[in-house]
Design a protein around this ligand. Sequence first.
Ligand code: LLP
Length: 394
Amino acid sequence: MDTTSGIKTPYYLYDLDLLRQTLEEARQAAGRYDYHIHYAIKANHNPIVTGIINDYGFGVDCVSGNEVMEALHRGFPAEKIVYAGVGKSDDEIRQALENDIFCFNVESLEELQVIDEIASEMKKTARIALRVNPGVQAHTHKYITTGLDENKFGIHPSQMQEALDLCRTSQRLDFRGLHFHIGSQITSLQPFAELCNRVNEIWKEFDISSMGATIVNLGGGLGVNYEDPEGNPVPDFQSFFDVIAENLRIPQHIQVHFELGRSLVAQCGSLITRVMYTKKGVDKEFVITDAGMTELMRPSLYQAKHKIENTSNAGETFLYDVVGPVCESSDVFGKAVELPVTRRGHILAIKSCGAYAESMMLRYNMRARARSYFLDSGEFAKYDFLEKDLRNVV
Ligand code: LLP
């Protein structure tokens, strides 16, 4: 479908039917084990998208005060909001306490002490989970690996006893359990089985049950298929949860939480862009689009490959380097991309842009903010909301 007549490119196009199907499958798969899903709002905070996610009863995983406020503003209940991040500011901690969020995922001993102090000043109780750095290799890009010693995230097991002792003695810290997250875009289930084994060991070693824990949070990380999004529109949530259920050995009454971001939203979004120029290079031809790394920075930041389609032409294919207009040599969507004859004015769809595209949009080069549009019940829809409607509070 050519959805671009009269609409300024580039823009994000979200297929809300696919989003709903994905959420339904995730909900059903998790429901079989009574697992709880928190949506990692960092993946996409588009209000139409988050509004639909809220309809499915998921909680939210936030990594900034503004994300917490945005989640509340969109109607997610405070008791379903968890808040992680290695650098929570005092104001952000205060604000989260004022709003009685469910749980802080605490990333260091120092942060635990600060939360304890602020909660005491405010005469509040802070529910907390300790984020443990489990030392599990996720086999993903190094920039999105989070569970190794070299990563800034989580508390090293060598400091866990001290953290648990502080939780035990503090009047203001309400210890709820443990949090883990080993990385993102993990395409094999093996690292999740390894994570479970580490969780089992850590649970035993530190006798977490004796601390009155009620939850374990295993983070996100389930990957999507960027090579063949049409063939794999919905990730295999069932196999993911099956692996967890097979490998996790902690007491039955402990609630198991997940923070899924990419797997819930990536495949429902495309970045729609117009070809502005084609240009002959030495031994190659460039296709220069009006979208750039400012609308999708994953290829330039992580060498990610997104499938690109020319929706204006078909037939015999040629190889093109598809690049954006931004003044950076890394502003490349793909090298030697196979496309039908591609010319000025053609429309390209860059697939799997529902996660970490719009939410990572930049204003570099003073680029205009790309808008978002929707396919709803197969129909093109403009749902108006203003940028100022997004919360920007702290
Ligand atoms: N929970 C925590 C604590 C996280 O750090 C993350 C992602 C998630 C949950 C969600 O993980 P997911 O289910 O989306 O894999 N911008 C990068 C991804 C960064 C992920 C950071 N943490 C990208 O475009 O690939």
